[in-house]
Write a protein of this length. Sequence first.
Length: 585
Amino acid sequence: MKRTHYCERPRESDIGNTVTVSGWVANWRDHGGLVFIDLRDRTGIVQVVFNPEDSAELHERAGRLRSESCITVSGVVSKRPDGMQNPAIPTGMVEIKAGELLVHNESAPPPFDVDNPGEVSLETRLSYRFIDLRRPEIFRIFHMRHRILQTFRRFFDEKGFIEVETPFLTKSTPEGARDFLVPGRLTPGSFYALPQSPQLFKQILMVGGLDKYFQIVKCFRDEDVRASRQPEFTQLDIEMSFVDENDIMDIMEKAMSLVFELAPEKKLSLPLPRLTYGDAMERYGTDAPDLRFSMEIGDISDIAAGCGFRVFKNAVEGGGCVRGICVPGGAAMSRGEIDGFIEWVKQFDLPGLAWFKVEDDGPAGGVAKFFSEGEFNSIAERFNAKPGSLLLFAADMRHKTDRALAPLRLHVAEKMDMIPSDKFELCWVVDAPAFERAEDGRLTFPHHPFTAPYEEDIGLLEERPTEARTKSYDLVLNGVELGGGSVRISDPEVQMQVFRILGYTQDEIEDRFGFLMRALNHGAPPHAGIALGLDRVVSKLLGIDDIRETIAFPKTQRGICMLTGAPTRVEEKQLKELGIATSGQ
RNA sequence: GGGGCCGUAGCUCAACUUGGUUAGAGCGUCGGACUGUCGAUCCGAAGGUUGAGGGUUCGAGUCCCUUCGGCCUCGCCA
């Protein structure tokens, strides 16, 4: 008995035809006489009727069927009796009168109800992912993921890109995220690392003349798991030769607009807005701004410097700043709600917030009394604050004010219901600096050390490294970084200079990046590229917050696969072979 | 590494203010009835090391400590 139709297919036009359907028992209703089986496959549900008058033997076997058993049934598609139709399902006008039944595999009682899962914990669902995946809404996620991947593949193929696979067993790079290591059996004491991204390989492919490369590829980073982060995740990786930053942004925008057509309610307007990294940091306090609402961060350090409020004055005199947001309608908030915000920002290591309300006759409450009328007017003007607004200020070093204000802006907006949930604000954040000063004073990089600075900023690299801008671009959607890229350094002198500024010795450069330096000395073309976090693209397009929902077999917060239990201990023999000793535990 | 929430039947939850007899409910499961249901209905039953271990107490699901696991978050994520 071979399947002829998917469960959702039989309709009134099929009445009288014999069909064979396969699937899982979604529900069973035994009336003593009639037995009804709702049969489910990935397309939907169809009702099968077993009538003892047709076959007593078949009816008896059907009566023993239970949820989630896997069966194949054939029978005649029949019109349901009047009044017995079910308009809730597409096949609800018909039913299959069973003539033959094949039970492939009975199911033990499922740990949760597939069609009414309620609020089953992710833990349980992932342990029984094979049951969870039978749910129509879960199938829809993976079908969408498939379509997004196929859309990208088709698009880049049509544009002349070549998909090339790069190695998973590769070289550890101590900078960046922590590596997953794989011991090399033939080279005891040596380790491969799983790639954090195929970055250097794709650059080498450009030097090799591939010209246009793409890959949909797993990347691995051994950092703490979050709802938006998995230790292994999928990137859409792109690299092109003889192009500049605009070419990459242009082609990516076209690809994204195609993908967005898969969710027709989410329209994109092209070209996407671009804002500079400096602008984003100034106005939103983050390099991944959420543009669905305004409530931009304002800076009143100049006014605060001369005001009578010691906390503000001291902050500015100590090299810090005073920055804040203006909450329209926030003056209606109670003292308790405002105190709630003050408590909330403490998780970002900010001591608190200063605040006052703007009323018809001037400032009120909080720190209002410390400001002259002139100072108040300047502040109100800067924020364009209307009566009824609430002003919230953070006074501290710039990196600390912004670390708190950026999430506070989102937090308040959510509380005030200012975020239109159907809006999709995609933008580019460009021109990130080549270097950033870490809190311990060391130089790091916002992107990676292969990012090309603007020619006119190369002179700044040595003297004022944090002011040198790069030809970089991050793609940001509703406050989430979907991906980023840059024009790469193709001049070996510049690359060497960047490594030296980062403090690498000649030996270290040769040891870690010797192959790159050699490539850059053998006819490297100008090249640029980008990588997108596909799990995030998929979840955003589906309106899902947790990327685990879009990954077939994701890891838990401790990096454990609930299905297999990995990672697990291995046999002593295996370790010995690899020359590895574990330290106790 | 830090902070927080959670863990009770297969699943989702309850057991209160203040520790008190035999830890309950819905769904599911099992048995029975039923020829038009579709989250079927009705009758009945089984099902618990309250995540684990220790402590306080006459008495612990409840309080304390440790531990395991899940989730959120800061740090981390070139």
